[in-house]
Design a protein around this ligand. Sequence first.
Ligand code: HEM
Length: 211
Amino acid sequence: MATVAQVAPSSTGSRFKTVLWIFLGLTALFVFITSEVLLITDYPMYHAYRLQVIADRHLLIPHSLCGVIALLAGPLQFSSRLRQRHLGFHRVLGRLYVIAVFIGAFTGIALAAGRPGLPGTTMQAAAWIVCTTAAFITARNRQITQHRQWMARSYAVTFTFVSSRVLNLWPRYWSHLGDAFAAVGVIAFTLASLLIVDLGLNWRELTTRRA
Ligand code: HEM
């Protein structure tokens, strides 16, 4: 049976991958500037949150470092060319990704502890750990198709850091996010990201009728 891993990527497929990564990269850059840079420069709308971030710095530093490692590892790990030419590097970076996700998830839960956002963050962290662990186990079992699928789901959860901040500059989105809405929002972003990835993974089956 032909698997996704065994089929040579078509030029349409690799063009789609390139466009997707450019889009994700530009979105991440936009969020970095409009959320993180403005947070550092004390943008008035973010002032109260900035004080909270400073108070949480001991957890936030390892959390952010691990999150950035996971975020940057994605494009390298999904590159077919890099994987084919440097399998050893792919394995080392893959292990680093797993460690980064575990530390990122547990520090994320610790950051939310005692706050109304805890249920949402716990669900997000659980999805992150489950998808990443499944990706690691399927890689160890040499189930490459399933490994790639679980990695796509894992990275979708990683990317919720970006997608959930795209609207931050919009005051109604930022200031009207009450506690309950913020918790539901995190769950909604996680679920939507996983569904989008799964629709993408099943695109061929969804759009092609068997003869
Ligand atoms: C790419 C992955 C991630 C990166 C780079 C990252 C980085 C950061 C940074 C820089 C902050 C503080 C500034 C800000 O809110 O913008 C933060 C806050 C936080 N992150 Fe993450 N994060 C990532 C993923 C996650 C995930 C998957 C979770 C869930 C387990 C999580 C949970 C949290 C929590 C609870 C806070 C504090 C939010 C608050 O106090 O309202 N993060 N993260």
